[in-house]
Design a protein around this ligand. Sequence first.
Ligand code: MLT
Length: 306
Amino acid sequence: MYKVLTLNQISTKGLERLPRESYEIASEFSSPDAILLRSHKLQAEDIAKSVKAIGRAGAGTNNIPVGACTERGIPVFNSPGANANAVKELVIAGLALGSRGILPGIAYVNSLGHMNDAGEMAKLLEKEKKRFKGNELAGRTLGVVGLGAIGSMIANAALNLGMEVVGYDPALSVDAAWRLPSSVKKMENINSLFAKADYITLHLPVLDSTRGMVNADLLSACKPGCCLLNFAREEIVNVDAVIAALDKGQLRQFITDFPVPSLIGREDVVLMPHIGASTDEAEDNCAVMAAEQIDDFLKNGNIKNS
Ligand code: MLT
């Protein structure tokens, strides 16, 4: 019997890949064979000596001390691409929020709760709604930074919306390059992408080379009035530089899937609580992929996505 320690709630579909006849699964174990987790921040000292594998139901592994695991010969399995569709859909919603007066429009309508005359309300809205006018995405340029599973899906979706798409990836794999439609213009460097795009969306992992990558220098290269979206990792963007760019009007809006405390309450910022991968489908796909890899490793010694 193998013991699997779960440090977050893991979807039932994923747990079903670890059948009862071979696995005991619990949220507390003194000597587990494997750990299955989602966003729990795992510390090296909390990994018991008995652990032989770690599975992350998600794409990033920055909540796991991968270096320490490698030194101890513990493979860390993730689920690249398994939640890409969920993130893509939220980014498209983010583009809609960045182009149309959706949030202020909803807030305004909610502020009219005291009115009970529909006719009066309609008259008022007719007068006021010009304040919530936006622009269409079709014909605008989207810059996609990072062209892996998520970035390439977003590039395709944006093309279908009639946008022009330019892309940049500091480490574009041959597979990812093949997946990209030829109409996505590959830029030679990130500065030229920033200079061309009306909307920029970031899809990079957090590494030493990407931490704080969107800084004052880079933001000074962007097209004035550009809208920046960060649904990847909070650490990629230097928040002070974003605040300065918003104050100068270099950036028109910052839309992010992280609740950055110093940005709460700004009208030119939309903050979400890291819900890009929070769909039933994505949670199932990620858990299944992570659990299957743990099973294959513990039983057969096979290593995939590590
Ligand atoms: C990911 O790395 O794929 C996401 O952070 C997943 C999550 O929100 O759990």
